[in-house]
Design a protein around this ligand. Structure first.
Ligand SMILES: [Zn+2]
Length: 174
């Protein structure tokens, strides 16, 4: 059974912009800039940004934090009729968590060719062998979401290069 989107293009972009705001919060903490929100009935019921470095916890992905908050907000692990917006394609853990929370619609910005589990490497979100599957839409504000990441990694590389240069300079004591 094919699932369809319940949102307009404008709604999708408004909500993705909220996920982008979350990604920027991660960036300010020197975290890889990924952000997510959960929406139900037009209301944002969960927000999250990547906190893996800050917490040194491999499960602290943006989607996990947003889904946890949403479940707490509605007082239920079931998030049927909810929508997940995330700036980067969900990994296997987050695609799995969305499935377990029964999220009906997943919107993501940029593809993750090395880790994505909602279309890139596999597709946990639309596999009808599971007892829940979702509508998935890729590329919502995809360029903005992707640029956040490429800019972040470019800056990181430049910082590392600079660091290397300084540590190689002969006048510095070893
Ligand atoms: Zn994840």
């Amino acid at each position: 059974m094919e699932k369809t989107s319940t949102l307009t293009k404008v709604q999708k972009e408004v909500f993705m912009n909220e996920a982008i705001l979350e990604a920027r919060k991660a960036q300010m903490l020197q975290e890889v800039p990924i952000g997510a929100i959960v929406v139900l009935d037009g209301q944002i019921i969960g927000r999250g940004h990547n906190l893996r470095e800050t917490t040194q916890d491999a499960t602290m992905h943006a989607e996990m934090i947003a889904i946890k908050e949403a479940c707490q907000r509605v007082g239920s692990w079931r998030l049927e009729q909810a929508q997940l917006f995330v700036t980067l394609e969900p990994c296997p853990m987050c695609a799995g968590a969305s499935m377990l929370a029964r999220i009906d619609e997943i919107y993501f910005g940029a593809f993750d060719p090395k880790g994505g589990a909602s279309g890139s490497l596999l597709n946990l979100s639309t596999d009808e062998r599971f007892n829940h599957w979702s509508y998935v839409e890729a590329g919502v504000l995809g360029e903005t979401c992707g640029a956040l990441l490429t800019d972040f990694f470019r800056e990181l590389r430049q910082r590392k290069k600079k660091l290397k240069k300084t540590s190689n300079s002969p006048e510095l004591p070893l």
